[in-house]
Design a protein around this ligand. Structure first.
Ligand SMILES: O=P(O)(O)OC[C@H]1O[C@H](O[C@H]2O[C@H](CO)[C@@H](O)[C@H](O)[C@H]2O)[C@H](O)[C@@H](O)[C@@H]1O
Length: 397
């Protein structure tokens, strides 16, 4: 494999993003496959906003907007990330007050991925499944201390086995090294920092050998933001140190500010701290996960883009090794995740009409996924992975 430097122009910031990617890989076209519409999704259309409203929302998302009203809407949105508040919060806000991720989707109850396994298998029949797995809340249970979100031994064994059946990638908001330390499986692809730090399996892996070279796939589209992120991390640590329970995590290309252990009446203090820092950095924006506010570069890169990049890279592998799989219509991505940031990937799959998104959640949520897995996920995931490996279409290995 010969690595090649390519430049991805970022239309919003005008910055060009250097990255290293596989040469000669093919991009799977958007209309590769049309899986059956999952029951309950009604095709899952997004509500289109007026251009003006869109602009307003983009501004809010990018630089934090301004004023106390916005802080209130942030706090409401923070409440919405807690299942006990799930129903009330986004519904009680007017459209202008809602954050962008609260607007585009419909709240729906999805069909179960386990109960409808036959349907998923039918849609993927004769195709190469590629697995994309979120880490926190999917492979590991949600816990109070982010540094102790360990994956069980059983889950590691299951994922290892899954990776012998299908090309498998972990896509996480965490920094890549950290998520690797938790997962410890060298044969996987890893996309850390919400996809801004991608690395393929080490040389010699089944999924790299033969693709013309020995170097793993690498993609770091936000590398120029490293010093800025470091600075922001330090500022946020200083600004939140007096808020009991607040924790700031350096995820290399993005920063997480955790409020899981902060008393609810202090959440506005956390939001204020984040907003005051964000206001100084117009090239950074805010996104939100499960009781966490995340600051990241404004570049148009997220878990959805990471998924597309990996599909492209894996396309080379598939084309090289799987006779009859030289073309993208034969690839069936399955993305499993629990978080708002996973929605970017679900959306890509829906738009490409290729594969399925599976949302890990016990409650109805705004989503672009097609199926769901109930929490606690561990048992359901084991069952699902077992089904894929032993009942599914793994007849290429
Ligand atoms: O994309 P993911 O792999 O799901 O990572 C998203 C964030 O996950 C972590 O935070 C979440 O899990 C913690 C441990 O269970 C929990 O304490 C926290 O409240 C959750 O938001 C991680 O710490 C973040 O850096 C990731 O961005």
């Amino acid at each position: 494999m010969t690595n090649q430097n390519v430049v991805v122009p970022d239309t919003k910031s005008g910055i060009s993003l250097p990255m290293v990617r596989l040469s000669g890989s093919s991009i799977f076209p958007a209309t590769a496959q049309k899986p059956p519409t999952a029951p309950g999704t009604g095709g899952g259309g997004c509500i289109s906003l007026s251009a003006k409203k869109k602009l307003l929302l983009e501004n809010l998302e990018i630089n934090g907007g301004g004023g106390a009203a916005k802080i209130n809407s942030w706090v409401d949105s923070m409440r919405a990330s807690s299942p006990t508040h799930m129903k009330s919060s986004s519904q009680s806000l007017s459209e202008d007050q809602q954050l962008p991720w609260q607007q585009h989707q419909q709240q729906i109850t999805l069909p179960s991925a386990l109960d409808n396994f036959d349907q998923i298998m039918e849609a993927s029949r004769g195709k190469q499944i590629v697995m994309f797995l979120d880490y926190d809340g999917t492979l590991s249970p949600i816990v109070d201390d982010p540094d102790r979100a360990f994956m069980s031994k059983k889950m590691r064994t299951t994922v290892r086995r899954l990776a012998t059946c299908f090309p498998t990638a972990i896509v996480s908001g965490r920094c890549r090294d950290k998520v690797y330390k938790f997962v410890r499986l060298a044969e996987l692809y890893y996309a850390g920092s919400h996809g801004m730090d991608i690395k393929g399996p080490e040389k010699g892996s089944k999924y790299t050998k033969g693709t013309q070279g020995t170097e793993p796939v690498i993609c770091q589209p936000a590398s120029e933001f490293l010093p800025m992120i470091d600075e922001v991390f330090k500022e946020l640590v200083a600004k939140t140190k007096l808020t009991p329970g607040a924790k700031v995590e350096n995820n290399k290309f993005c920063v997480s500010v955790h409020f899981r252990c902060v008393e609810e009446k202090k959440w506005s203090e956390v939001a204020e701290a984040v907003k005051s820092v964000l206001n100084k950095y117009p090239k950074l924006r805010l996104s939100q996960g499960r009781k966490v506010l995340e600051i990241r570069p404004t570049i148009k890169w997220d878990k959805g883009k990471a998924l597309e990049f990996l599909l492209e890279s894996l396309g080379e592998y598939c084309a090289c090794f799987l006779s009859g799989f030289a073309n993208c219509t034969d690839v069936f991505p399955i993305y499993i995740g629990d978080d708002r940031t996973d929605e970017d990937a679900f959306k890509v799959l829906k738009e490409r009409e290729q594969g399925f998104g599976i949302l890990v959640s016990k409650v109805a949520k705004d989503t672009n996924a097609s199926y769901s897995l109930q929490e606690p996920t561990q048992a359901s995931l084991h069952d699902l992975f077992h089904n894929y490996c032993f009942l599914g279409n793994n007849n290429y290995y």
